[in-house]
Design a protein around this ligand. Structure first.
Ligand SMILES: [Zn+2]
Length: 451
């Protein structure tokens, strides 16, 4: 049987019939490479397979027993702890601290009595040991290995049968049965497939580390996302101290959950109250600042949205947006102009979330509009006020989910007033003075005079 060639984007995993210079799925240039197909399926259709055991829908499955690491921020993102025989992918930019986090996690699980193996394909065991010394983890019974040959690794894992094995990183692993370089889509996928299958068969939890790649030389973690149970991304700006572990997929718990860590000399420290961290260095009440009460996963997080609006000398003024969806910001600017008659033409607009945090909820619309108007009108929003609410294209304000949790968190942090859309459920306002606004025009009038 003749095999047809297949082409895959090394960054996002999109499949193509033929080669192209640009990936339509992610917009990357020169990221598409030819790959050998992973499996050609059953060799002959005549051969008989074995019948598989079937069960009915009423059969009750007990909830999976979970192992706690004792690191609350990690356990929460995992959905309540580590599930045996599960496969977890931890992606992130190179150098962001993935190895540090996972070495600390392995040490914590080991201290709780789990047998843990840490296989590094990137560093020698001595280097990993040095990191462990720096982090004060040498007392934990984690076994180290430095290897990239997956056949040897699987043989070792089968003999050792640990409860948890960390593979750092999946891009360095290679199978001798695949004719492709380590880091290619075929090798990364085949290696991940072998490890995930091993995890399920032998009851070993496996954590795969995957470096996010920008160019097309090495396959990124997205090409194996569909194979694993849980996908976590470790995010953060290099210039900032804190790191976010975010669940984007979890078969054993809620997605969108986040864990917040702070990079310290002794490794990553938990941040149990992220709102306090993000608002810690707030300046005196100044125009252009608005505090947004957001929800990340199951937890409320308060962040400060900062705007700067200045006359522009450019034909098409700047729109610099960091930490927010720029399309969403453009929509809010258009609604302000069309529905409230407040133009931003001829003005440069800079918007960011303080501390380098990323906000993706539409509930942030009202705080973004508040920061923009406050900067443009040079009027400060009261420093003890939080804002949240979605803005529709008509200029109406829409209530958002978990209003009570948002208000409760604001109250806990000492805020005394809130501006929210009309018809929000504010029964548990927790002692806050809550102002309800039907639309953006009313908001502009009440907060900044008649616009
Ligand atoms: Zn792509």
């Amino acid at each position: 049987m003749k095999q047809t060639a297949s082409f895959t984007c090394t960054v996002c995993g999109a499949a193509y019939r033929k080669w192209a210079g640009k990936c339509d799925a992610c917009g990357g240039w020169n990221t598409i490479a030819e790959e050998a197909p992973l499996s050609t399926g059953p060799k002959s259709l005549g051969a008989k397979g074995r019948p598989i055991p079937l069960s009915d829908l009423a059969t009750e499955e007990a909830a999976p027993p979970r192992a706690s690491s004792g690191i609350d921020e990690l356990d929460r993102v995992l959905g309540g702890g580590l599930v045996p025989a599960s496969a977890i992918l931890v992606g992130g930019d190179p150098g962001i601290g993935k190895s540090t986090l996972l070495l600390q996690a392995a040490a914590s699980f080991a201290r709780k009595g789990l047998k843990c193996l840490y296989i590094s394909g990137e560093e020698a065991s001595a280097q990993v040991r040095m990191r462990a010394q720096r982090l004060g983890l040498t007392d934990a019974a984690v076994q180290l290995g430095a290897e990239t040959n997956l056949r040897d690794i699987l043989t070792t894992l089968d003999a050792e049968r640990p409860a948890l094995a960390v593979i750092d990183s999946i891009q360095t692993m290679w199978l001798d049965s695949i004719e492709a370089a380590p880091g290619s889509v075929s090798q990364v996928r085949a290696s991940a497939h072998e490890l995930v299958t091993f995890a399920k068969r032998r009851g070993v939890a496996i954590i795969l580390v995957g470096h996010v790649t920008k160019d097309g030389q090495i396959a990124g973690p997205r090409v194996v996302e569909h194979m694993v149970d849980t996908v976590l991304y470790f995010e953060g700006e290099r210039g900032h101290q804190f790191r976010i572990l975010r669940a984007v997929k979890n078969r054993f718990g809620p997605a969108d959950e986040i864990g917040v860590f702070e990079m310290t000399g002794g490794g990553l420290a938990e941040v149990p109250n992220p709102s306090a961290l993000f608002l810690a260095n707030r300046d005196q009440p100044a125009p252009g600042s608005a505090v947004f009460s957001g929800i990340e996963g199951t937890r409320p997080v308060l962040t400060e949205i900062q705007a700067l609006v200045a006359p522009s000398t450019l034909a098409s003024p700047r729109r610099t947006v960091v930490g927010l969806d720029s399309g969403r910001v453009s929509t809010i600017l258009a609604v302000l102009e069309a529905r409230c008659g407040i133009p931003f033409a001829g003005l440069d607009v800079f918007l960011n979330v303080a501390g380098g945090f990323r906000v993706s909820e539409p509930a942030a619309d009202l705080a973004v509009a508040g920061a923009l108007l406050s900067a443009r009108e040079d009027v400060a929003i009261p420093p003890d006020m939080v804002l949240f609410g979605e803005i529709s294209l008509s200029g109406a304000l829409r209530p958002v989910g978990q209003t009570e949790n948002r208000l409760k968190e604001a109250s806990k942090l000492g805020f005394s007033q809130a501006t929210v859309p009309s018809h929000s459920k504010i029964e548990g306002a927790a002692g806050l003075m809550v102002r309800q606004m039907p639309d953006l025009t009313t908001f502009v009038g009440e907060m900044f005079g008649a616009g």
